[in-house]
Structures are given as structure tokens and as C-alpha cells.
Design a protein around this ligand. Structure first.
Ligand code: NAD
Ligand code: SSN
Length: 499
């Protein structure tokens, strides 16, 4: 197989415990779970299987740290985040090795993720000193009204495995910038990257109790329930599937928490006859096959207008032929394994269903047992129809389904038929169509003539059952503050001494 794991330059970044109240600890029960390399199936190591008691201890630590941390100035918090950012950049190679090890993505992609992730700390270090309130002209004579923005309090953060670093920094960055303290539940599949981030936070001098990481695999629902039902936790931010998002929202209802949910997508990717073919194919490759199709903003339904459908299918398939699938550390590998066997089964079932209903496989379509049990060939299927599973469900894998359409009105209707609305993409050189279609798509983010839209400066989030709240950008910090209004009465008296 030729897959060997390069050693870390700084071995102390591989932590196998939770980080709570500034200390590395095991679960009180002593239980652990195994984390495996998705490329080889080999065990990387174990992590504590935290339960309710461990999670409550982390919440208590965050609550204890809150009163002094919220009093720090924005400028002080900016310096902490900046230091953490710099430590991520300084240790980027080791962080990337950890990401590849537990997530499987090729090392070059993992390095890209580290930069992307660190940039959220840089961005929010710049936002921290700029959390402005406002002064408001009162309706009542003699009153003066102003607002201040205060940290919401202890935050519970739950993130997925597909971006083991970036999904965490995108939440912790604004939380700390706002003056909140956090309990983060790192993904069971990829806890080591999170632990390395905690180690770097420690080195950056983030005060004890401000960030706390708990880990769990089997106990994940128990940890989630403890966070969502806690009266101490005032905010939950979750990135993951729509199903789990709905559950967490129900669990949070009794304590009426502030919530942000970045949930599943089913992105339409539309190529109009007037698109530049090369740009559209490059955009589709980038959007569909990023992280082997395992991102929430990956193109899921590729709609191509009838006049260029055959040509697009041909050029797109040629590009896919150039991919090299393999272990993430291996030279020249462009695409790694899927995260686990459940992901492979879902991909397989989408392909089988499409073929059964008349889809024609142009390339791929099979598992790759010679490489390992989690590998699946990058796949292109043409003649897709609305009755197929892939049309309704996010594949979250390397399968590109090509649908043919005739008119702009038809394709917008098809695109909007999904219950979810995270990202949508289209390619066109007609400026009026650009405005028309961008406005008509029921999604939170639109890529026009590009397949890559992720940027710490741009608001990330969805509509419909893709959730609510925005991450990154000038909006990200709003999710972690509450506005307090102050009315000061008895003003408007004449100056003392005036007659
Ligand atoms: N919108 C976004 O920004 C975004 C980003 C990444 C992934 N996703 C979505 O996530 C899905 C893929 O990831 P997944 O299969 O790991 O999702 P998932 O919802 O199963 O898991 C996501 C995270 O939630 C945790 N989790 C699972 N059940 C839980 C529970 N009962 N209580 C508390 N935590 C729980 C998991 O451990 C993991 O850390 C896709 O639908 C994808 O679109 C969305
Ligand atoms: O998978 C979800 C997040 C992807 C991104 O931030 O680009």
C-alpha cells in the first residue's frame, strides 16, 4: 500500500487526553475509545470516552473562568488569538500531518486546511477590539439610550470530522473574541487535531478554563445532551448533519439557548450554455471533489444545459481521469479515502440507485479494495433524473451526477426543490442572468463562476434546513454576543448656573 505516517517534528502535539481547566485529563470512568487511520484502518491511538460527569466538569471550568475572561479588553483577547494563530502557522506541518492521519485528506489539502483554520483566529483577533454598541435617539424627552454588546456566556461547540481544525477555529475564534468561554466536543473520528489545537492554546497563554475540550465516540449523544440541557451553557453552535441539528435544537429548547446551526447541504451546481467551459469544468472539479466530496458545500447535483451537456460530460470526465487516489501522505495523491465504512456504503447506494434507474457511469463507480476498505473511485454518472436518491440526498462522497436541463426557469425550480439550502453555484457570462439566478436560488451562499467560496472574510451559513447563523466575516462575532440596552433617565436639565 506504501502508506507510512511521517513523524511529527514536535511529538508533544500528539495528546491523548482531554483538555479541561488548563489540564490534560482522562475520563473519570477511565474509559477510552480508539481512533483509526481511515486510509489503513490502523489504530492511531485512544482518547477518553467522556460522559455526563466529565462534560459537567468542563462546563463548570468554563463557568468559573468566565467572570474574569469577559472583563479582559478586546485588545487583550486579540493578542491571545493572534498568538494562537501564529503558533498554528509555526506548527502547520505537524497539524497537517495529524489531519491527514485521522481524516485521510491528502497532505497538501491538510496544509491548506491549517492555513484556512488559522485564518479564523487572525480574522477574529482583528474583530475582538471592534465590538461596538450604539447610541440611540430616545423617544422620551430626558432619556438617553445606548447599547453595549456583551459576551453571551459559556458556549458549547460541537463540530464534525471533515475539517478537524477549521470547523473548531471558526467557532472558538469569535467566541473568544467576544469574551465567551467554551466547552468544545471534538469529533470522535478526529480528536487529535483538536487536542493539538488545545496544546497550542495552552502555549499561547489562553487562561485556564477559557477553552475546554471533551472527547467521546459512543457517548457522543450523552455529551451532547449534557451540553444542550445545561443551564450554565448559554449558547450552542453546531456543525454537522441536519438530523443531529434538529435533535440538538429540541434538547436546547428547555433552556432557550442562543443557537447557530451549520447543517447539511445538497448544493445545486448549474452550468448554462453561455458559460466558459474550462472555468465551469474547473469549478465543478474543485467543488465536487474537494475532500473527496466530503464537504457540506460540495456540488451535489450538477445541472448542465442541454446545448453543452455532452461536451461538458466529456471534458469533466477527462479531468477526473487525471486524479490519483491513495493514502494522504503518498506522493502525487490528489484524493484520499472516505472517513469510514458508513460513508462508503452511502456512496455505493447512491451509485447503485442511479444505475438501476438509468444513469450511465462514465468513470468510476466501484470501491477500491486494493487501496483499503474506505476508498471509492471518483465517479461521474450521466443521465441523472429527479427520481434518483442523489437528487434528494447529500452524497457526501466522490460521486458527480450530471443532470440535463433546458431552461433557466426549469433549473432554478429543480435547484430549489431541496429541503436544505446551504451553497449553490452557477456558471454564466450573462450579467443579467448572474443577478437573476443569484437572487432566485434558495441558499445561504452562491458561487458564480467559481466552485470555491470558503473564506474567513465571507459569511458562511445556510437557509431552510441547512440551519441558521453565520460564521466568519463581520457577522460571525454577532453569534456570540447579546445586545444590552441602557436607558439613562433624568437628562435634559438646563446647565447648572444658567438662568
Ligand atoms: N454546514 C456546514 O458548515 C457543515 C460542515 C460540515 C459538515 N456538515 C454536515 O455534516 C454532515 C456530515 O458529518 P457527520 O456525518 O459527521 O455529521 P453528524 O451530524 O453525524 O456529526 C457531526 C458532529 O456531531 C456529533 N454528534 C453526532 N450525534 C450527536 C448527538 N446526538 N449529540 C451531540 N453531538 C452529536 C458528532 O460526533 C460530530 O462531532 C453532512 O450532512 C454535512 O453536510 C455541515
Ligand atoms: O464542510 C463544511 C465546511 C466547508 C468550508 O468551510 O469550506
Amino acid at each position: 500500500m506504501g502508506h507510512s505516517v511521517p513523524p511529527l517534528s514536535d511529538k508533544s502535539l500528539l495528546k491523548k487526553q482531554c483538555y479541561v481547566n488548563g489540564e490534560w485529563i482522562s475520563a473519570k470512568s477511565g474509559k477510552t475509545f480508539e481512533v483509526t487511520d481511515p486510509a489503513t484502518g490502523e489504530v492511531i491511538g485512544t482518547m477518553p470516552e467522556c460522559d455526563r460527569a466529565d462534560t459537567e466538569a468542563a462546563i463548570t471550568a468554563a463557568a468559573k473562568a468566565l467572570p474574569s475572561f469577559r472583563k479582559t479588553t478586546g485588545r487583550e483577547r486579540a493578542r491571545m488569538l493572534r498568538k494562537w494563530y501564529q503558533l498554528m502557522i509555526d506548527n502547520a506541518n505537524d497539524l497537517a500531518k495529524l489531519i491527514t492521519w485521522e481524516n485521510g485528506k491528502p497532505l497538501a489539502d491538510a496544509k491548506g486546511e491549517v492555513t484556512y483554520a488559522a485564518n479564523f483566529f487572525e480574522w477574529f483577533s482583528e474583530e475582538a477590539p471592534r465590538v461596538y454598541g450604539s447610541t440611540i435617539p430616545a423617544s422620551v424627552a430626558g432619556n438617553r439610550v445606548f447599547t453595549i454588546k456583551e459576551p453571551v456566556g459559556v458556549c458549547g461547540l460541537i463540530t464534525p470530522w471533515n475539517f478537524p481544525a477549521a470547523m473548531i477555529t471558526r467557532k472558538i475564534g469569535p467566541a473568544l473574541a467576544a469574551g465567551c468561554t467554551v466547552v468544545a466536543k471534538s469529533p470522535g473520528e478526529t480528536p487529535f487535531t483538536a487536542a493539538a489545537l488545545a496544546e497550542l492554546a495552552h502555549r499561547a497563554g489562553i487562561p485556564k478554563g477559557v477553552i475546554n475540550f471533551v472527547t467521546a465516540l459512543k457517548n457522543t449523544p450523552e455529551v451532547g445532551e449534557t451540553i444542550t440541557s445545561s443551564k450554565t451553557v448559554k449558547k450552542v453552535s453546531f456543525t454537522g448533519s441536519t438530523g443531529v441539528g434538529k435533535l440538538l435544537m429540541k434538547q436546547s429548547a428547555d433552556t432557550l439557548k442562543k443557537l447557530s446551526f451549520e447543517l447539511g447541504g445538497n448544493a445545486p451546481f448549474i452550468v448554462f450554455d453561455d458559460a466558459d467551459m474550462e472555468t465551469a469544468v474547473a469549478g465543478a472539479i474543485a467543488s465536487k471533489f474537494r475532500s473527496s466530496g466530503q464537504t457540506c458545500v460540495c456540488a451535489n447535483r450538477i445541472y448542465v444545459q442541454s446545448g453543452i451537456y455532452d461536451e461538458f460530460a466529456k471534458v469533466f470526465t477527462e479531468k477526473v481521469k487525471g486524479f490519483k487516489v491513495g493514502g494522504g501522505y503518498d506522493q502525487g495523491v490528489t484524493h484520499g479515502p472516505l472517513i469510514h465504512d458508513r460513508a462508503v456504503s452511502k456512496v455505493e447506494s447512491h451509485v447503485e440507485d442511479a444505475v438501476k434507474k438509468g444513469g450511465q457511469v462514465l468513470i468510476g463507480g466501484q470501491k477500491m479494495p486494493d487501496l483499503g476498505s474506505n476508498f471509492f473511485q471518483p465517479t461521474v454518472i450521466r443521465d441523472m433524473t429527479a427520481s434518483m436518491q442523489l437528487a434528494h440526498e447529500e452524497t457526501f462522497g466522490p460521486v458527480a451526477g450530471l443532470f440535463k436541463f433546458d431552461t433557466e426557469a426549469d433549473v432554478v425550480k429543480l435547484a430549489n426543490q431541496a429541503d436544505v439550502g446551504l451553497a449553490g453555484y452557477f456558471f454564466s457570462r450573462d450579467i443579467q442572468r448572474v443577478y437573476r439566478v443569484a437572487e432566485a436560488l434558495e441558499v445561504g451562499m452562491v458561487g458564480v463562476n467559481t466552485g470555491l467560496i470558503s473564506d474567513p472574510a465571507a459569511p458562511f451559513g445556510g437557509v431552510k434546513e441547512s440551519g441558521f447563523g453565520r460564521e466568519g466575516s463581520m457577522l460571525g462575532i454577532e453569534e456570540y454576543v447579546v445586545t444590552k440596552m441602557v436607558t439613562l433617565g433624568g437628562n435634559g436639565q438646563p446647565l447648572q448656573g444658567s438662568s
